[in-house]
Design a protein around this ligand. Sequence first.
Ligand code: SAH
Ligand code: SF4
Length: 347
Amino acid sequence: MLKKQFMDYLPEELLEMGIKPKFRIKQLYQWIYRKYTDEFEKMQNILNLLREKLSKEFMINPFELINHEISSDETEKFLFKLIDGRTVETVLIKMKENKYTVCVSTQVGCKVGCAFCLTAKGGFVRNLSAGEIVGQVWWMKKFKNFDENKALNVVYMGMGEPLDNYNNLIKAIKIISHPDGMNISTRRQTVSTSGIAPKIKKLGEENLGVNLAISLHAVDDETREKLIPMNKAYNIKSVIDAIKEFPIDKRKKVMFEYLVIKNVNDDINAAKKLVKLLNGIPSKVNLIYFNPYPGTDFKRPDEESMKKFQDYLINKGIMCTIRKSKGMDISAACGQLREKKLKEKNG
Ligand code: SAH
Ligand code: SF4
């Protein structure tokens, strides 16, 4: 019988599964998520009998690390092999003052099919389980041997569309923020979506306290449809309307990601439209250089047009950053390491 993944479960679910009493579950959470223990045998304060039972029923570590690359800007990229042999990637980005952001994947592949995205090329394979999402954050902390109290920022911006794996995403957010476990506040977690409007609304209604990032990439439906086919079902207006209902922490803003592609959406008129579109939403804009890969016709924009775009927004009072191409030399844009490895494998 295939073992269950321990990281798939919230404490209340483990209780329902017959692991008792409650404080035992708290101890298990602490061993796994605070001390990064990956064998039940090592959990000294857990009774022998229970340790044996748990070892038979559950596995703790859901992955095998099969590739690890470090770029010159200290961005690290991990490729994990899952139990069924599929692979996903996780990126660890070093920020200022020894702070880290973990970029986690939520699916193997993606259904959305964005024209510029390498993950989309391989189609959709499967959703990650809650534990496979949680495990990526756990792995980073364990691998880097971070202090158990060190808080990381978590962004759901790796491979896949998080809101298309809704239930597992919500569960993962709850497990990652659980006070007995990694205790990473939902305020430090950001869900990035390509704009599934009804799911944005639903996520808002859960009132979890997570931050929202929207992959906007275009300001008119015609252009956006070409980049993100799903825009036909959920157009820009429907996405903006859903965002307006989303509960946003008073000190926080909605992040709008705008992937800039040369001669597609880098025109200053787009910046003008963007300002109008964001009117009334506490927002910050993150301009991203398109990161080319073999076989794409899209081109990286000039530095000059990026700067012009940014200046325009800033002059209009909108916070705007340009995402430095973190990890350029290790192919850190979404799906690129995995693609590279698959190619090597298939010759
Ligand atoms: N599916 C979600 C989250 C994962 S995609 C979403 O689309 O928001 C994560 C980010 O990677 C997106 O903002 C996407 O725009 C970006 N991305 C995809 N392909 C890229 C490329 N070739 N160069 C730079 N960024 C890319
Ligand atoms: Fe999916 Fe996001 Fe890539 Fe679009 S950009 S195909 S939504 S992972």
